[in-house]
Design a protein around this ligand. Structure first.
Ligand SMILES: Nc1ncnc2c1ncn2[C@@H]1O[C@H](COP(=O)(O)OP(=O)(O)O)[C@@H](O)[C@H]1O
Ligand SMILES: [Mg+2]
Ligand SMILES: [Zn+2]
Length: 508
């Protein structure tokens, strides 16, 4: 007897349809799975056997062959437990009916309960696009998939219940209401940061246009404090951005149980000891790394020089392309990573190089070695460089600074202007402007051109820095609700490129 069920597989950000075929024939009892299964898929045999027995059904004692098609793509993970069991039950006559408009995915426990899997959001999208009517999946994953309309999402608790549903003896259970996630600690607010007007302004610009930013200053000046307050002023996510980011977190299996759709921009701050693979993504079948998990949000690298040089170099291309391609024997995958990179560092090993009152005690060679860790090309990609000086005593005596709510209003206004301007072009913020769009949307007044030329020549800027100044000045103009870029906008943007001269371009 032969039977077939439809299931899904994941390849990077995209899912594809998998045919699960089961054949039961005469012969010595055996159970083989073919079609490039990985270890977890092969182990399905044990889980399928036990869960069928423990669901008061009978496991066929014959020669069983299961094929997962297409056979040329490696199948990963335990999600085929459910479709394999159903195909076996069909082939052995314990389940009858036409299920050609249904897809199934789920891991089984030995007792027959259905366990959650990763990546159901891209799967639901694919199932819908392929014209399936119903997607049977672990109940715990149902809220996540239910964001997609146009396909019925059917939560499954255990194999026995699923059989009753498929036999028409039971209605499809309702998707559990998602409880509001427990109120986490309040997001830190910019109202706590006294003084530091330049750094606050620069972070506001960065958030508004999605620009990369570097904070340099002595220990205790508030760099980490400032960066950690960024989530409170990031612009609202569009629905498309939310779905894209949720897809990546769904694939990585780190979506919090009460958050079917990510609505807050991610803010990830990996530890300095992270490996290149941890940052870029890796594994035999590559999973997204921190850079992709930060997609549409912030990747914060605190104490930048403590990251290994090679790890930092990994960032260069993805920052430019907003996507990262990982090659493994199993195939080449691309994950998106449209991120805002935020870095913080001391100017030298002791931390006081360039300090207004304290003396730097580092050997000159040590300072240049420390800074050379950050390569010129990476520095070039950081649009805004900001110095965070020690806080003024007088400022610390003040009680309140502007709150994040007010800053966020301006950021959202500026981002809305950008979204309107770039509607239909595939980008949503100034940081992602392509060279050709740059010419179209960043028209300068004659004064502004003169100023930019003077800065370009006197500061010895690179062509990349030039592009970045244009993008940042576009954001500054948007924050000021100015349709054209004026010389004052250029002047402010140029000022954020001056740090590389102070620290990096120094002769030791
Ligand atoms: N501008 C500021 N306003 C209020 N408190 C500040 C400010 N800057 C620093 N602090 C205090 O100093 C602490 C250390 O700041 P931190 O961000 O860790 O410094 P850095 O990362 O630059 O070494 C903060 O937790 C905060 O209590
Ligand atoms: Mg710090
Ligand atoms: Zn020093």
């Amino acid at each position: 007897m032969f039977a077939q069920m439809k299931s899904l597989g994941l390849f990077g950000m995209e899912a594809y349809i998998v045919d699960v075929e089961a054949d039961i024939s005469q012969g010595l009892p055996a159970f083989d799975i073919v079609g490039l299964p990985d270890a977890a898929v092969k182990e399905a045999r044990e889980r399928v056997r036990s869960s069928i027995k423990n669901s008061a059904l009978s496991f066929p004692v014959s020669r069983i062959t299961v094929n997962l098609a297409p056979a040329d793509i490696k199948k990963e993970g335990p999600l085929y437990d459910l479709p394999v069991s159903l195909a076996l039950l069909c082939a052995s006559g314990q389940l009858t009916g036409d299920f050609s408009d249904c897809v199934f995915a789920g891991e089984l426990s030995l007792g027959g309960t259905v366990r959650p899997i990763t990546g159901v959001l891209p799967m639901a999208i694919q199932a819908k696009e392929s014209g399936f009517k119903r997607f049977f999946l672990p109940a715990a994953n149902a809220p996540e998939a239910s964001i997609i309309s146009g396909i019925e999402i059917c939560p499954v608790h255990n194999l026995k219940e699923l059989l009753a549903i498929l036999n028409g003896q039971m209605a499809i259970p309702a998707i559990a209401k998602v409880e509001e996630p427990p109120k986490s600690e309040p997001v830190p607010d910019f109202a706590d940061v006294l003084g530091q007007f330049d750094a606050r302004r620069a972070l506001e610009i960065a958030a508004a246009g999605g620009h990369n930013i570097l904070l340099v200053g002595p220990p205790g000046s508030g760099k980490s404090m400032l960066a950690r307050r960024l989530p409170s002023i990031l612009p609202n996510m569009t629905l498309d951005e939310s779905i894209e980011t949720t897809k990546i977190h769904s694939i990585a299996g780190i979506l919090p149980p009460n958050t079917p759709l990510i609505r807050e921009r991610p803010f990830r701050s990996p530890h300095q000891t992270i490996s290149s693979a941890g940052l870029a993504g890796g594994g035999r079948i590559p999973k997204p790394g921190e850079i992709s998990l930060s997609h549409n949000g912030v990747l914060f690298l605190d104490e930048l020089p403590e990251f290994s040089h090679d790890t930092l170099e990994v960032l260069r291309q993805p920052l430019e392309d907003a996507s990262i391609t990982i090659s493994r024997v199993s195939g080449t995958l691309t994950y998106p990573c449209s991120i805002m990179l935020v870095c913080a560092m001391n100017p030298c090993p002791c931390g006081y190089f360039g300090h207004p009152t304290r003396r730097c005690t580092c050997h000159p060679g040590a300072v240049s070695k420390y800074l050379s860790h950050i390569s010129g090309p990476l520095l070039d990609r950081l649009d805004l460089h900001v110095e965070v000086p020690p806080v003024d005593f007088q400022k610390l005596r003040e009680t309140k600074a502007e709150s994040s709510t007010e800053i966020r209003k301006r950021v959202n206004d500026a981002r809305n202007i950008q979204q309107k301007r770039y509607a239909g072009s595939g980008i949503t913020c100034n940081a992602r402007l392509t060279p050709s769009m740059l010419r179209e949307h960043c028209q300068l007044s004659q004064n502004a051109v003169d100023l930019l030329r003077a800065a370009y020549e006197s500061m010895g800027l690179s062509a990349r820095a030039y592009d970045r100044i244009l993008k940042v000045s576009r954001t500054i103009a948007d924050l000021g609700h100015s349709p054209s870029i004026k010389s004052e906008h250029i002047a402010e943007a140029v000022q954020y490129r001056s740090l590389d001269r102070k620290y990096w371009a120094r002769d030791f």
